[in-house]
Design a protein around this ligand. Structure first.
Ligand SMILES: [Fe+2]
Length: 541
């Protein structure tokens, strides 16, 4: 059976294709359209469908649109209530429902041959839950989903038993941890529904001195929480985009971050009491908060915590498809990597380099050549294999640098046009991780947890140590990512450091590069010293 999953209602439009229960391809529309997050999450944009991503999934699998048996949309317009009844004020909210109800017709217009009669609506949080609970690869687990909003809820807890979800609680709107965090994001002059990770980074610079106040406004309840309006301006003045923040802003970010962690811990505690499970699987935008994830892993009641790498709305395309496939009794699937997007054959890459008249070489040992450049403090653009599904570069579309040079944080932030307070992350061989990165789950293949950097390593890899002594680690499994592992080994042979700086290959405000052309454009416009694209390298002259 062929099931196409689609996320298109809010932002991060994406498509995923599941054939006979197995995920064959998954991709975000932004990687094709080159518009970050695909679109803004406003009611007016809800008609837009991830046509390019969906079309690519079908071509990759070699099937026609007419051969798709089911189409799963990760939003059920039948569940939405009028905005006023949900405590929301957007006068255009009904437009979203109108468009969502016609999603199949819109998609069939853009991808001819799809049969709108085969469309099914999967509730938004059920799709998030499936993206984690059906992908984690175990028959029993608990699930916790939190985001800004779904149809009428902002949070779901439940458990999976043999591929079937039992919902244990939902939290109706307007109470929403995701919307609370988004409100703060906007108050701090960042882009709502996009820059929440900047607030998390800023929180490391502050002290949670408004925590008492937030505990009064954000209260844990049975199966959920209640959130009273917060007068942000009374705590720290609003910031315009690009305006400098001060201690009050960092303290406010730290306070909201801490309260978020406390509430998630309480929800996890309630859930564990009901299920007694060893494993917690998480998705929803809030699960991209790697600091909160780490608190749950360290102090929560579950033995282990797994977060699906496309935890934001993009992942609901995967979840909607997996949910429908499981419903039809299709075989289970276990996620072993996020490299579900586009990849290119060596011949295609070589032809593109020749067309662009870019001088290139094919080294006998790619890892050694790249390690030489990195050891000499070069910045390397690294384009290998299939692109990542989800927001993190995980060694397929990465910018790499020497972690021993403190200045490389600023250098990379300059290349990418990012704020200087934001950290960059380390990539490390899984078997070497525990001696350097402590107090966090290992393996950590998706960069969704933070670790403390062991004291005697902090001065050796200063570029990847955040202001609070932590690092957001990606561990590399030799069997799963042999080329990345070979590079780490070659770099250690040259420098004694089994760690590389790894950040996503893109420039400010742009999605990660996905295809060959994006990569050449990025390389051509940024001070990158070496491009390693497939088996080839291109050197900056
Ligand atoms: Fe969501």
């Amino acid at each position: 059976m062929r099931v196409l999953g689609i996320n298109s209602v809010f932002h991060d439009p994406a498509a995923a294709l599941v054939i006979d229960g197995q995920v064959v391809a998954a991709a975000e529309e932004e990687r094709f359209s080159r518009r970050k997050h695909g679109k803004r999450p406003v009611p007016f944009s809800a008609w837009e469908q991830p046509a390019a991503a969906a079309g690519w999934c079908l071509r990759y699998a070699g099937i026609t649109a007419a051969e798709v048996d089911l189409i799963g949309f990760s939003y059920d317009p039948g569940l939405v209530l009028p905005a006023g009844q949900m405590g929301l004020t957007d006068p255009w909210d009904h437009l979203r429902t109108t468009y969502a109800a016609r999603a199949a017709a819109f998609l069939a217009e853009a991808v001819p041959g799809l049969d709108p009669q085969r469309a099914r609506f999967v509730p938004h949080h059920v799709a998030h839950a499936a993206s984690a609970g059906l992908a984690v690869g175990r028959r029993e687990c608990s699930v916790l989903v939190c985001d800004g909003r779904g149809e009428r809820d902002s949070c779901l807890t439940g458990c999976y038993r043999d591929g079937k979800l039992q919902v244990l609680s939902t939290q109706p709107l307007p109470h929403s941890l995701g919307l609370l965090y988004e409100d703060l994001t906007a108050h701090l002059g960042f882009l709502r529904s996009s820059d929440e990770y900047k607030v998390m980074a800023l929180a490391s610079y502050g002290k949670p001195r408004f925590l008492g106040h937030l505990r009064e406004r954000v209260v844990v309840a049975e199966g959920g929480f209640r959130i009273a309006p917060v007068d942000w301006a009374a705590l720290a003045p609003p910031l315009k985009p690009g305006q400098d923040w001060d201690a009050a802003h960092a303290d406010l970010a730290a306070s909201v971050q801490r309260r978020l962690e406390e509430v998630l811990l309480a929800l996890a505690g309630q859930l564990h009491e009901q299920t007694g499970d060893e494993l917690l699987a998480m998705a929803g935008g809030t699960a991209l908060n790697c600091v909160a994830n780490t608190v749950l892993a360290r102090r929560g009641p579950f033995g282990s915590v797994w977060v699906q790498p496309a935890a934001g709305d993009a992942g609901t395309a995967l979840g909607a498809a997996l949910h429908l496939a499981a419903d039809q009794g299709e075989p289970a699937w276990a996620m072993t990597g996020a490299d579900l997007g586009r990849g290119f054959a060596d011949g295609e890459i070589e032809a593109a380099l020749r067309t662009a008249r870019v001088p290139f070489e094919r080294p006998a040992d790619l890892a050694a050549t790249v390690a030489d450049a990195l050891a000499a403090d070069g910045i390397v653009a690294w384009f290998q294999g299939r692109s990542e599904y989800g927001p993190r570069a995980l060694g397929q579309r990465s910018l790499l640098a020497h972690p021993g040079r403190r200045a490389n944080l600023g250098r990379l932030n300059d290349v990418k046009g990012r704020e200087q307070f934001r950290p960059v992350a380390p990539m490390v061989l899984e078997e070497r991780a525990a001696e350097i990165f402590v107090r966090g789950p290992i393996p950590s293949p998706y960069m969704l947890f933070v670790h403390d950097v062991a004291p005697h390593w902090q001065d050796r890899i200063p570029a990847v140590v955040h202001v609070d002594g932590t690092a957001r680690v990606q561990t590399i499994d030799r069997a799963r990512q042999p080329l990345q592992a070979a590079l780490l080994t070659a770099f250690e042979q040259r420098t004694g450091l089994p760690v590389l700086v790894n950040t996503s290959l893109n420039t400010a405000g742009r999605p990660m590069v996905d295809d060959i052309r994006d990569t050449l454009e990025c390389f051509g416009s940024t001070p990158v010293d070496l491009l390693a694209i497939g088996p080839f390298v291109v050197r900056r002259r």
